[in-house]
Design a protein. Structure first.
Length: 158
């Protein structure tokens, strides 16, 4: 599992080194993201950080669909790793955006697998071609707003 993560990180670094495309040439923005996530008590205990990728499909100047996946990593121990794919619909207002969608958690590592029910995910942020700042909230659909996780991601576009 650790070798897979190291290979994935190296592939991400190589992709970051590639020249970026002009906005008119490509209707999809790709971002590599790094961030943190915590519970609704903002305790940051334990420390959880995220590493992932995001594809923004620009359907118009006001609307885009985001598909992404993050790994949530406990401190700096890569076993187990939580994989969190998500699909979001976003409304863009100049450089700012707001959106909502669904996500799901999968826990992988140490010989076991576990998945969550679907989660509601809402986000707000700032989006440019070369960077994307995102604040997001996760909440289980069956316990909407009674428990939630809060996160912050910074994406580097190319």
């Amino acid at each position: 599992m650790k070798k897979t993560i190291v290979v994935g990180l190296l592939a991400c670094l190589i992709l970051l080194a590639l020249p970026s495309r002009a906005k008119a040439d490509w209707p999809v923005n790709v971002y590599l993201r790094l961030g943190v996530i915590t519970d609704n008590g903002f305790s940051f205990n334990p420390f959880l950080w995220t590493l992932g990728a995001n594809f923004d499909f620009n359907l118009s100047s006001l609307f885009f669909i985001s598909a992404g996946a993050d790994m949530i990593i406990h401190q700096f121990d890569f076993s187990p790793v939580w994989l969190t794919p998500s699909l979001m619909a976003n409304l863009r207002l100049s450089a700012f955006y707001i959106g909502a969608g669904i996500s799901k958690f999968f826990v992988l590592g140490d010989g076991y697998e576990l998945s969550s029910s679907f989660l509601f995910k809402a986000n707000v942020g700032l989006k440019e071609d070369l960077f994307k700042l995102q604040v997001f909230v996760y909440s289980p659909l069956d316990e909407l707003a009674s428990y939630f996780g809060v996160g912050l991601n910074f994406g580097f576009g190319f």
